[in-house]
Design a protein. Structure first.
Length: 292
C-alpha cells in the first residue's frame, strides 16, 4: 500500500509470480552511511528484459536490523522514483500505529464541489460494447459505460479479467481497479491529482481532431475523432454521436499491446443513478485487501 500526501492511495495484492520481473533480492556488497546508520544496498528486483533500452531495477539500503533507510527505482542510470528516511526512532509500536485507518477507503467524492469547464454536454446514458475479433471459443469481452453529468463509469471484462475506471471531467478524481487474469482482485488506485486544473482538462478535450469520416452504428450516425493526436506510442480513435456518446472505439499501443476495437451493441439514454457510478462496495472493503 502506498499513500501520497493523502491525495492518492494504491493497494496491490501480490498473487503468484511475475513473469517479467526477477524478484530475487541480491546483496550488492555496497555499504553506506545514512542518518548516522550503516546500511547495505540490496537490489530488490529487476526486469528480465530491457524496457526502452534499459532494465528497470529497485534498490534499497537496509540496516543490519532490517530498517530501510532509502529506496529508489532506476531505469538504467536514471532515477524514476526515490524515497529517503528523514528520522529513525527505535521504540515499541502499538498495533493501531501500523493498521490501516478504518476510513482509508471511504470516498467523499459525491459531496465535493468540483470545478467545471465549458465543454459540450454529454447526456446521461448507458452503453454496452463488445470487443471485435475475439475467437469464437473465447468468452465475450464486454465494456459497460455509464455517464452521469461530469462523471463516467467504465466496467470492462476481457475473459475473467476485470477493469473498472471512474473519472470526473475535471480530472481531479479517478478510481481504477484491476483484477488478475483469474478475476481475483489485484490493484486498486484512488487518485486526487493536485496539479490538474479545469482549464487544463478543457485543453485535453479541445485537442481532439476530426478524421473526416462517419459511420452508422445501432441506427445512429457518428463521426470519427482522434482523441490523442499528440501521443506517439499509443492511440485512441472514437466514433462520437452528435451528443458525444462513443459508439465505437479503436485503441492502439506498442506491438505487444496491439489494437483493440470496441463496438456498441446497446445504447440507452436514460437517467443514471449515483449508485450506478460509484464503485462496487466490496472493492472498498479493507478485508478484501488484507488490511483489517
Amino acid at each position: 500500500m502506498t499513500v501520497s500526501g493523502q491525495r492518492s492511495i494504491t493497494l496491490e495484492r501480490k498473487i503468484g509470480s511475475t513473469p517479467n520481473i526477477d524478484l530475487e533480492a541480491r546483496n550488492t556488497g555496497e555499504r553506506q552511511t545514512y542518518l548516522g546508520e550503516s546500511c547495505t544496498v540490496w537490489d530488490q528486483w529487476r526486469t528480465r528484459q530491457p524496457v526502452y533500452g534499459s532494465n528497470v531495477s529497485h534498490l534499497s539500503c537496509i540496516t543490519d536490523d532490517g530498517i530501510t533507510l532509502w529506496e529508489k527505482t532506476l531505469h538504467g542510470d536514471d532515477v524514476l522514483s526515490s524515497v529517503e528516511a528523514s528520522r529513525i526512532e527505535r521504540r515499541p509500536i502499538a498495533p493501531e500505529e501500523v493498521q490501516a485507518p478504518r476510513a482509508l477507503l471511504t470516498l467523499d467524492w459525491w459531496d465535493t464541489d468540483l470545478p467545471s469547464f465549458d465543454s459540450p454536454a454529454t447526456p446521461d446514458h448507458e452503453a454496452v460494447m463488445e470487443l471485435s475479433g475475439a475467437s469464437s471459443g473465447a468468452a465475450k469481452s464486454i465494456r459497460t459505460i455509464r455517464r452521469l453529468g461530469p462523471w463516467q463509469f467504465l466496467d470492462e471484462t476481457v475473459g475473467s479479467r476485470r477493469w473498472i475506471l471512474i473519472t470526473h471531467d475535471s480530472q481531479q478524481m479517478q478510481l481504477q481497479y484491476i483484477s488478475d487474469p483469474s478475476g481475483a482482485p489485484k490493484r486498486l488506485a484512488i487518485i486526487r491529482p493536485d496539479i490538474i486544473s479545469a482549464s487544463s482538462a478543457h485543453k485535453l478535450v479541445s485537442k481532439m481532431t476530426e478524421l473526416n469520416r462517419s459511420e452508422t452504428i445501432l441506427g445512429e450516425s457518428c463521426r470519427w475523432f482522434n482523441m490523442m493526436p499528440d501521443v506517439v506510442d499509443a492511440g485512441r480513435q472514437s466514433c462520437l454521436t452528435s451528443d458525444r456518446i462513443v459508439l465505437k472505439e479503436v485503441l492502439s499501443g506498442r506491438p505487444m499491446i496491439g489494437e483493440k476495437e470496441w463496438t456498441a451493441v446497446r445504447l440507452t439514454r436514460r437517467p443514471i443513478l449515483l449508485d450506478e457510478i460509484k464503485p462496487p462496495t466490496e472493492l472498498l472493503d479493507l478485508h478484501l485487501w488484507g488490511l483489517d
